[in-house]
Ligand binder design. Structure first.
Ligand SMILES: Cc1cc2nc3c(=O)[nH]c(=O)nc-3n(C[C@H](O)[C@H](O)[C@H](O)COP(=O)(O)O)c2cc1C
Length: 201
């Protein structure tokens, strides 16, 4: 499998409880903020990187070895997205997050394409009725973003904006367009899962 495990001395109850599967794509925009939010969910979250994410993270001075010290990290190095199999275990993951989502990943998710770890996690989760939350970055006429060297101004094309609209119509998917919206969606989902676990206790 594609795992890169670092041992976390989490107790059995935490290990057994369903968690967030948080996928990261190769988007510089929203990258640091998304990781900060993911960290607030620890230890109830695991990370799944696209191949582009693995390249882009170090360009933004985010050390993957340090991520592995905090999170359980799954890498995208199989053709069939092997870690997706963990979604079939009903008690493993209650939500798939894609944050930040590149316009590439948004387009694939919107059209049902699943050929990377994040897009496969998203698509299989949807087919299992597991909710997905996608932080789409190209949602405004002008996006000011930080390249590894400097700030740049991007103007998403009609195709990128249309794909976001299309993604909003995908089953079991919630699209958020800012870190504040992402925070609110995570809080809402955490509250829902707490209610479900109380009801089934
Ligand atoms: C430094 C850097 C920053 C990037 N930032 C973005 C971004 O903010 N948004 C985006 O859509 N693509 C961005 N890209 C391009 C994606 O990484 C590229 O389209 C890649 O194929 C996406 O693959 P993925 O969607 O499977 O992660 C960036 C690439 C680099 C090298």
């Amino acid at each position: 499998m594609t795992t890169t495990h670092t041992h976390h001395p989490a107790n059995d109850a935490v290990e057994a409880a369903p968690r967030f599967a948080w996928t990261i794509t190769g988007s510089g925009h929203g990258l640091a903020g998304s990781l900060d939010l993911a960290a607030t969910l620890l230890p109830h979250v695991d990370l799944f990187l696209s191949r582009a994410a693995e390249e882009v993270l170090p360009l933004y001075k985010i050390d993957i070895a340090q991520l592995k010290a905090r999170f359980r990290v799954f890498r995208d190095n199989s053709a069939s997205a092997v870690p997706v199999g963990m979604l079939y275990d009903a008690n493993r993951y209650h939500t798939v997050v894609v944050a930040p989502a590149t316009s590439n990943t948004v387009a694939k998710c919107a059209f049902g394409i699943s050929d990377t770890l994040p897009t496969s996690m998203f698509a299989q989760a949807g087919k299992l009725g597991i909710p997905g939350i996608v932080f789409a970055c190209d949602t405004q006429p002008v996006v000011v973003t930080k390249s590894p060297l400097d700030w740049v101004e991007l103007r998403p094309r009609r195709i990128e904006l249309d794909n976001v609209e299309r993604l909003k119509r995908i089953d079991h998917c919630r699209v958020v367009c800012s870190l504040a919206e992402l925070r609110a969606a995570l809080d809402a989902r955490s509250a829902e899962t707490r209610m479900t676990s109380c009801a089934s206790a």
